[in-house]
Write a protein that binds this ligand. Sequence first.
Ligand code: IPM
Ligand code: MG
Length: 353
Amino acid sequence: MKKHIAVLAGDGIGPEITAGAVAVLQKVAQKYRHKFTFEHLPIGGAAIDAFGEPLPARTIERCLASDSVLLGAVGGPKWDGLAGNKRPEAGLLGIRKAMGLYSNIRPAKLWRALADASPLKKPLVENGVEIIIVRELTGGIYFGERGNSQDEAWDTEKYSVHEIERITRIACELARKRTKQVISVDKANVLETSRLWRKTAHAYAEKHFPDVTITDMLVDNAAMQIVKNPAQFDVLLTSNMFGDILADEAAQITGSIGMLASSSLGDGTRGLYEPIHGSAPDIAGKDIANPIATVLSCAMMLRDSFCRSEECAAIENAVARVLDEGFRTADIFSKGMKKVGCRDMAALITEHI
Ligand code: IPM
Ligand code: MG
């Protein structure tokens, strides 16, 4: 298999974690006789510094010409003063939109070796936790009309039936392979968009996925339920903003946000794969970041864009073995474990493939 992968390292710890992940992909290529080529492209603050804009046209062009995209993270205090559409984050939102990646999957999974790292009491997590967050990614308030005047500012949440249906399909397809249960999160007691979301999701699932059950949960309650009884969730379907927020909460109960991968896909197989954490400017360049979320994002790329379950499992197993052997980056470190940096963690995973 020959694949061309665009690498958008971005800002902060982005370059370190993507370098580690690329090393892991190179090892996979070597072991399974694939040929992967990598093309580094600017995005976010790095692109602002070099080209004056967070998403240069060439980055979009080359991503659309690639087989898939690996992204590190964007943003940092250096660019905080910029106008909204000039900020590094606009680059990330822009590439998601330009590639048509409406479906963002964020699996929040508690790793066996890290059971003690969860801030929740043991009985709540001892039987494992795996929440598959299905977040709508190119609609809603992050893309709605916005503006400001001297003493006002506004953002708008808007969803169409089509946007809700296609993300409902993704959640139902996933649920079909799992518990056949979807919890759909909204704020239907207040928002019109949520009432449309609820109605559309149910009608669509009833028609196309009669074997899947959708249960509704209000977002404020969901935020509480995730820490009260995380085991009740399997596939969690939600809008762009609610998914953004709940994914970070779910990540934390797994011990560290440094462990959570994600895939963003549209109608084709070309996707964008990124850790769900941010650019962590405070620890950038110190070789202490956790590369595992980015490495696991590469595993998702192999499975979901390149149809290689075996190679995906090889990466996931390598991560599990490195953790079982007691190696930890600072964010998941506990007494008695062996502390390693970003580079060494990636090298250990590479060795275990
Ligand atoms: C994420 C991030 C982004 C988002 C930001 C950086 C634009 O928080 O991927 O979760 O809100 O989607
Ligand atoms: Mg986020």
